[in-house]
Structures are given as C-alpha cells and as structure tokens.
Design a binder for this molecule. Structure first.
Ligand SMILES: N[C@@H](CCC[C@H](N)C(=O)O)C(=O)O
Length: 289
C-alpha cells in the first residue's frame, strides 16, 4: 500500500551493512513498488544516527529495468544510492561491495561468477573471493589541479573523477591526519572551488605512510566525514600514482588506510581502478521510518 507521496505505509524490511565502516541502510524494493520515488526526507530519517537506523547512505535494491532500461540487459540489479542528506550520487564504491554481498546472502546472484550491478555511473562488476570483495570502478579521469582549504590551511589538490567528483590533497610529510580536527571530532567541511565542482565534491586528505601505502580522511559530499570512501580511495590511488610518476600502461597498487580499516587499490595496466576490501551485513529487520 503506497502513501500519496509515493512512500510506504507501515513496516518494511531493511538490512544494515558496511564496508570498512562506511555504513548503509539497504532497502529491498525489487520491483520498485515499496518505496515509490524514495523521498529525500525518508532517506534522511533512515540515516539519522539518533532518531533513525543510522548510516552514511541508503542503497535501494531494485531491478535495473525499473530504473534504467539501458542497463537491464547487462545487470539485473541496480544500486539506487542516496547520500545521508537525501541527495543521489553517481557511485559508491563501498556501497556496491555491500550491495553485492547482500545479493549473495539472499541467493539472488551466484557468488562464483562476476556480479554486474547497475549504477548512475553505468554497470560495475563485483567479484567475491572469500572476505575480499572487489569492484571495478572503471576508468578514472584526472582533470587537473585545484585547491581545498580547511580553516586557515590550504592545499593543492588533484581533481579526479571516479564516476563521482573528488579532490585529493596531500598533507606535508610531517602533518598528522588526526590533527585536522579536535580530538574525537569530525572534520569541518573543507572549502573547494565551486566553479570546478558545481555539484559539490568529496574531499580526501592524504598522508604518505610508506612505499605504496597511504592513509586518508575523507569528507563526503552529502554526508560529512565518513570512516571510509571507496571511490575516494580510488581517487587517492590515482592521484598518488600520478604523483609517483606512473606511466600509461603501468600497473600501480596502493594500500589505503581509512579510519575504518584498509582498502587495496589497483590502477591496472588497462586503465581501470579496482577497489578491494571487506564488507559485512550486520542486521536485518523491519522499520516504519
Ligand atoms: N562512500 C562512497 C561514496 C558515496 C557518494 C559520495 N558521497 C558522493 O556524493 O559522490 C564510496 O564508498 O565511494
């Protein structure tokens, strides 16, 4: 039974999961009849960490044919991703790994085969090998230099498009990522060039840890600081490899430490970015939110 606004009345199922502590509320809505247009207000209620279930975003689990018929012949399932503020984004690298795990747990796909999933950035392929869930994020675009600021500090940043927009800034060797906010506090929203990013941006602040090993904090568009960002880690891999002088056709792999764990990123010789790491489903239930 649908509300006039297109949302549901009564209880409906949800699933909670995370990838390196980037956490999501999944809404099974296979044929698009439970949640209608899925309003921004409903997404905000679900993601609210005090009055709701809590999450960095919502992943509606829906068949591609109900969202984008052009993807339906390649991918049965579509990840309808929304940021915690209710806005849509093109892609979510951790979300799609959690989404694939959910499809497997529900018996909706064969985990032994590559799993194609539709997104607003086109079809992505996920593969599962034990605890390691890998998504091919596709071909990155390095779009030049910009800058980002936090308080009275400004850094040069690399503009990387991973399907969604990113600004990657490297801190001085001596800089401490933890010092970017008061102890136990989240990052304030970094300032960016609105002319470069008219639709907003995800900002990654990066420190080198060792050879082919970096650490990052991220402030996500539409969310705030999160414990991890998969496309952000992909952008960091690309910006770091460029800074390290990677030449076209050369494979580069980086360990990327995030507050919620570690991701492994590979920029392949054929120019794709692969994001690998763990994902977990932690709860299933019903909600009336
Ligand atoms: N956490 C995600 C990215 C989610 C979307 C982002 N906030 C945006 O607005 O582009 C990831 O793991 O990639």
């Amino acid at each position: 039974m649908a509300e006039p606004s297109g949302g549901p009345v009564g209880s409906y199922p949800f699933v909670k999961g995370h990838g390196t502590e980037n956490d999501f509320v999944l809404l099974p809505d296979h044929d698009g009849i439970v949640h209608g247009d899925l309003s921004a207000e409903r997404v905000r209620r679900l993601c609210d960490r005090r009055a709701g279930i809590g999450g960095d975003g919502v992943l509606r689990v829906i068949r591609s044919r109900h969202v984008d018929a052009t993807q339906a012949d390649q991918a049965e399932w579509f990840m309808d991703y929304r940021n915690a503020d209710g806005g849509a984004s093109e892609m979510c690298g951790n979300g799609i790994r959690v989404f694939a795990l959910h499809l497997v747990r529900e018996g909706l796909v064969d985990p032994a085969q590559p799993i194609p999933i539709g997104t607003r950035d086109g079809v992505k392929t996920v593969t599962i090998a034990g605890q390691r869930i890998t998504v091919d994020l596709g071909v990155p675009q390095v779009l030049g230099e910009t800058s980002v600021s936090l308080g009275d500090r400004t850094w040069p940043a690399t503009h990387v498009d991973m399907g969604n927009p990113h600004a990657v800034a490297f801190l001085d060797d001596s800089a401490d990522l933890a010092s970017l906010s008061a102890p136990g506090r989240d990052l304030d929203p970094p300032q960016h060039d609105a002319a470069v990013y008219p639709a907003g941006v995800n900002v990654e602040l990066v420190a080198r840890v060792g050879e082919h090993h970096v650490a990052m904090r991220v402030h996500e568009r539409g969310v705030g600081e999160t414990r991890s960002c998969g496309t952000g880690a992909g952008a960091v891999c690309v910006a770091t490899a460029v800074a390290d002088g990677r030449s076209a056709g050369q494979e580069a792999t980086y360990a990327v430490d995030v507050p919620g764990g570690r991701l492994t990123l590979t920029w392949t010789a054929d120019d794709h970015v692969l994001l690998a790491g763990p994902a977990e489903i932690v709860a299933r239930g019903t909600t009336h939110l």
